[in-house]
Design a protein around this ligand. Structure first.
Ligand code: AMP
Length: 116
């Protein structure tokens, strides 16, 4: 069951601030508080979905496309499509997912060979 008190739910409700990259009615992109690369952006849909599986199951294909296309736009605005980037999502215990609201990590801005 979705936990309404997870930190990203609080960011969506503006109860805690974030370092905003982009926001609209459906999505929010902001800088990770503990960056693992020169550019480390988190992207979330505003719907209450816990993880990737939940996102795909509970959202319309148009919403899924909208979210990933918005990520693509942000990647292109930062020219990461030219230099390269990594897109990650963690789900469940084996991945050590910390925040139970579906999110993607966009990592780039430098060579990522130091990261596993
Ligand atoms: P994950 O392990 O995939 O659940 O990643 C959660 C990410 O959220 C981590 O990279 C954290 O550094 C990041 N994070 C946690 N709290 C905040 C916050 N208040 N603002 C921005 N990023 C956060």
């Amino acid at each position: 069951m979705y936990d309404n008190n997870n930190i990203f739910a609080k960011i969506i409700r503006k109860e805690i601030p974030c370092d905003l990259v982009y926001e609209d009615e459906q999505t929010l992109f902001f800088y990770d508080i503990n960056p693992q690369a020169k550019i480390h952006i988190l992207g979330i849909p505003k719907k209450n979905v816990e993880n990737f599986n939940d996102f795909i199951e509970k959202c319309d294909p148009s919403e899924v496309f909208y979210f990933f296309d918005k990520a693509r736009e942000i990647i292109c605005n930062l020219d990461l499509n030219k230099t390269g980037f990594r897109l990650i999502t963690n789900q469940g215990d084996d991945s050590n997912q910390e925040v139970p609201h579906f999110h993607i990590h966009i990592l780039g801005g430098e060579n990522l060979s130091g990261l596993r």
